[in-house]
Design a protein around this ligand. Structure first.
Ligand code: IMP
Ligand code: MG
Length: 178
């Protein structure tokens, strides 16, 4: 697996520092609110589990699985819901937990869907922001790390379901996906 990586963009230490900073901000902003953290499967799962451990107050977690219709390294405009939440969001303070925002299509579609669900508030925390291909008006309220226009893997992020278990975030060698 290591030999497929061209370069490391963020070390485990970079990621831990980002998690600590985000956790402190969220703990402050959501004190006493018992927010519902909605983890977007599968990429955000490592991030979620590290992030919530930085928050000393009560939070709840749930999971959604959404996907673009097509695989590969670019996102299509169509988003489908594979797994919805198990709990009602009426009156809740929702925090979407995402691994990376690329085009913004996924979160735009989710924000539109949730607009009718009567949550009290909806915010987004994304470990990584990749602004190069943004084509939707969507922005994370909390961002851990900003990345250049590269396809990245590790710490939850995959290429064809592999590399999620790398403890760092890196760029694949082009020959791996060509
Ligand atoms: P968006 O809808 O284009 O913003 O893309 C969101 C989803 O695409 C993310 O949640 C990731 O699952 C995936 N994605 C986008 N860029 C990358 C990347 O560089 N590596 C791995 N997955 C990515
Ligand atoms: Mg994702």
């Amino acid at each position: 697996m290591e030999s497929d990586i061209q370069k490391i963009l963020f070390t485990p230490q970079d990621i831990a520092a980002a998690n600590q900073r985000l956790g402190q901000q969220l703990a402050q902003d959501y004190q006493g609110k018992n927010p519902l953290f909605v983890c977007l499967l599968k990429g955000a799962i490592l991030f979620l589990t590290d992030l919530v451990r930085q928050i000393p107050d009560s939070v709840e977690i749930d999971f959604m699985d959404v996907s673009s219709y097509h695989g590969g390294t670019t996102s299509s405009g169509d988003v489908k819901i594979i797994k919805d939440l198990d709990v009602s969001v009426v009156g809740r303070d929702i925090v979407f937990v995402e691994d990376i925002i690329d085009t913004g299509n996924t979160l735009r579609a989710l924000m539109d869907l949730f607009a009718t669900r009567q949550a009290n508030s909806i915010k987004i925390v994304s470990l990584v922001d990749k602004p190069a291909h943004r084509n939707q008006s969507v922005q994370a309220d909390y961002v851990g790390l900003s990345c250049p226009d590269e396809f990245i893997v590790g710490y939850g992020m995959d290429y064809q379901e592999r590399y999620r278990n790398l403890p760092y975030i890196g760029v694949l060698k082009p020959e791996v996906y060509l």
